[in-house]
Design a protein around this ligand. Structure first.
Ligand SMILES: Cc1ncc(COP(=O)(O)O)c(C=O)c1O
Length: 356
């Protein structure tokens, strides 16, 4: 067990703590950060915990100036016995390493990542909502910390884990806007890295989707603007005939951990799944032929969201709810919260004083 340094204790809940269903997402931040510094010559320093307000990011450093920053988003859930587990943290650690490699930043060893995530949960254990009613979202962020200008790899970095308690997402339905002008990522670019630049590139598209009365954006490929890629913060799945299709990991989209979890659940259920490119025109044609079933987006924050429609302003593709998305939502929730023994290897326990 990684014991928080002396002088730090488990953060008490503020007096006006909302019901789990009213937490939302990202509104309340945990008061501490678990963090570790990396020096070019000294390597990774020991993990520690500080007040969130104690760390600062240099304005003239590469983190802010050039976007030398990569991050992860994962969740900790409480099971029916009150024990806390992280969901697939080692997979998130590996994806952070891949993002870091793409941006020429030091790759945090898996154990540094795991220790920091465990510490962040331990000092915020009371922030983890009760079983079935939400989760603690962790945001490990690796950023250049050297206080100097210059377009080159920084000599000092830090990996810091912030947390926010959040409500259990609802299995809602969304209408998505397929963006045919703006692009999020191109082949050879940063699309597969979880880095701020991708989100900076994507905000205008998301705002355009909202302005047009849609819930979120669907990014299309950068070359033909016809192949579906992913949504703002979700990977996409569509049911065509007796097959479920998802775009391939071609380097332009994020290799979602939830995407991988859903692929495993579909395979386990004997559903035919394939990873291949799919255009808006193929979807429209499948719709005309009466072959379109459910579509859904998946991601850590939203879990699984049914998609009722994708439109590029000219063609509206409407999906039919076959019940598949709702079934998958429930299966995934059970696996994440430890309500089933299936796939328990995906959950890593976080010891706390109440549950050593
Ligand atoms: C751009 C993008 N795609 C996909 C996802 C889904 O990834 P994951 O399931 O690992 O959360 C996210 C969320 O992290 C995202 O930001």
């Amino acid at each position: 067990m990684h014991t928080p340094p002396t002088g730090l204790y488990e953060a008490p809940l503020p007096a006006d703590w909302p019901e789990p269903e009213a937490l939302g997402f990202g509104r309340i931040l945990g008061p501490y950060l678990a963090h570790a510094q990396h020096g070019e010559d000294s390597g990774w320093h020991a993990p520690t915990v500080s007040a969130r307000s104690a760390l600062s990011v240099p304005v003239a450093g590469g983190g802010l100036q050039y976007g030398f920053s990569v991050f992860e988003g994962l969740k900790a859930y409480r099971d029916a016995d009150g024990r806390i587990h992280l969901f697939r943290p080692r997979d998130h650690a590996r994806r952070l390493q891949q993002s870091a490699q793409r941006l020429v930043m030091p790759e945090p060893p898996e154990e540094v990542f795991m220790t920091l995530c465990q510490l962040a949960v331990q000092v915020h254990a009371r922030y983890v909502p009760p079983f079935g009613r939400g989760s603690l979202y962790l945001r490990p962020t690796l950023y250049a910390e050297e206080d100097a200008l210059g377009f080159r790899p920084a000599t000092r970095h830090r990996l810091a884990v912030a947390v926010t308690p959040c409500s259990d997402p609802l299995p809602k339905s969304q209408r998505l806007w397929a963006e045919t002008e703006l692009i999020r990522a191109a082949p050879g670019g940063l699309g597969a890295a979880k880095t701020g630049g991708n989100y900076a590139a994507g905000l205008a598209g998301q705002m355009r989707a909202r302005a047009n009365g849609f819930d979120d954006v669907v990014w299309l490929d950068a070359l033909t603007h016809r192949e579906i890629a992913e949504a703002g913060t979700m990977n996409l799945f569509v049911q065509i005939g007796d097959e479920v299709v998802t775009p391939p990991l071609d380097g332009t989209i994020l290799a979602g951990i939830t995407r991988d979890s859903v692929l495993r659940l579909l395979h386990a259920d004997g559903v035919r799944v394939s990873e291949h490119r799919i255009t808006l025109d193929e979807l429209a044609a499948a719709g005309m032929a009466g072959q379109l079933g459910t579509a859904f987006g998946v991601g850590t924050a939203a879990r699984l969201v049914t998609i009722s429609e994708i439109s590029d302003g000219t063609t509206a593709i409407r999906f039919r709810d076959t019940g598949l998305a709702a079934r998958l939502y429930e299966r995934l929730k059970q696996v994440q919260e430890g309500a089933t023994h299936a796939l328990r290897e995906w959950r890593v326990a976080v010891p706390t004083p109440q549950n050593p």
